[in-house]
Design a protein around this ligand. Structure first.
Ligand SMILES: [Zn+2]
Length: 378
């Protein structure tokens, strides 16, 4: 992989596609073993054996500046799927395609699939099977959400590899239905219309467990990306005039609204609780809770929660409260920068209202970097 390719991937990364909590190094042995198995079980794509496929690989490599053709293997499996196992930075990338996906897609559509998988490599994403099992159910859901955000980034690389949003649309329609061109006629609007939901049909828990955002949603995110300046530059298509920041904000709103279902609400509850523990710790700092302090806390987190956390602190002491703070912060370590900023702001607000220096509180001692940083200074 060239540095140019890695930079290309980074330059279009979706803002909410953060680094995974898992490290790629500790699981690399498994990935190497998997690669060896795939090599013995799959057919290697070459110019003489699979000329069309080989041409598609070359085009992708050229469009993305991968630096040399990646190794591509086709395994006999009617289910359409693809993957690009990661194993260290020094190795030449390789992609595994099932015969099902090769049969289903045209050569141009396979360029998207190849680009998407290489994108995961360039962005340093981990395949699902190699992701670390995280702690609580909530952390698990956040990790899944991060993974879905990663798909949004990888799709962008796929689109640059095929240079056509229509080709991407065809890929999504074929993937969702398993139907070949023989049965399909392209109607992007009708496909996107599947995203429309009856009022009240929100907060589906099953959406939180999906590894990928729904295919119509992925296409909508790509159409949005197609309007960006950077896409035009990288794909050489002229492209649109929107900044990536603007596009990211729209996609984020789209995902909040249609993709993550209940997660933002669950997250909001976690954040409220973290704010409450942080506030309680700061109020209990000197062992006395004045009615002023009680009032400040109440105005920020509500009377009911204030009573609850202060009772807990009164009974068990500030050390126990700080344990709650640490646990609440740990749960939010994978949250989006937006959420973390919200908490950092709350921390500063408490300090302001209570007239203490943030650095002198016990929360500061256990606070991760993101909580210590001043959101107003960024
Ligand atoms: Zn993917």
């Amino acid at each position: 992989m060239t540095e140019t390719f890695r930079q290309l991937c980074q330059s279009v990364r979706f803002c909410a596609d953060g680094p995974s909590a898992s490290s790629s190094e500790d699981r690399s042995r498994e990935a190497v073993e998997y690669a060896a198995r795939m090599r013995s079980e799959g057919l290697r794509v070459t110019q003489s054996l699979t000329p069309d496929l080989h041409a598609a690989v070359q085009k992708v490599s050229e469009y993305l500046h991968v630096g040399g053709d990646p190794e591509v293997l086709v395994v006999s499996d009617p289910t359409p799927h693809a993957c690009a196992p990661i194993f260290g930075r020094s190795h030449q990338p390789y992609v595994v395609l099932s015969s099902g996906i090769v049969e289903l897609m045209s050569a141009a559509e396979l360029q998207f699939v190849l680009g998407h998988e290489l994108g995961h490599l360039g962005l340093g994403h981990l395949p699902t099977a190699l992701r670390k099992q995280t702690g609580s159910e909530y952390e698990e859901l956040v990790e899944m959400s991060l993974q879905r955000n990663g798909e949004i980034s990888a799709d962008r690389i796929g689109m640059i590899a095929t240079r056509s949003v229509y080709t991407c649309a065809a890929v999504m329609v074929k993937l969702i239905s398993g139907l070949s061109s023989r049965y399909l006629q392209m109607d992007v609007e009708a496909f996107l219309d599947q995203l429309r939901r009856p009022p009240g049909a929100r907060d589906h828990q099953w959406e939180l467990l999906m590894t990928h955002p729904s295919l119509p949603l992925r296409l909508r995110a790509l159409i949005c990306f197609g309007q960006s300046q950077i896409y035009g530059q990288l794909a050489g298509t002229g492209g649109g005039r929107r900044s990536l920041q603007e596009v990211n904000a729209e996609v984020q709103a789209m995902l909040d609204d249609l993709g993550d279902g209940a997660l933002p609400h669950m997250e909001a509850k976690r954040v409220d609780l973290a704010v409450a523990w942080v506030g309680a710790s700061m109020v209990l700092q000197d062992g006395v809770v004045t009615s002023d302090e009680h009032g400040v806390l109440g105005s920020l987190i509500g009377d009911e929660l204030t009573a609850k956390v202060l009772r807990f602190g009164g009974d068990l002491g500030i050390a126990a409260v700080d344990e709650k703070v640490a646990a609440a912060l740990a749960e939010l370590s994978l949250s989006s920068p937006r959420v973390q900023r919200r908490l950092a702001k709350a921390f500063r607000t408490f300090a302001d209202h209570l007239g203490v220096q943030p650095e002198q509180t016990s929360v500061w001692q256990i606070a991760p970097e993101w909580l210590r940083s001043d959101p107003l200074r960024q």
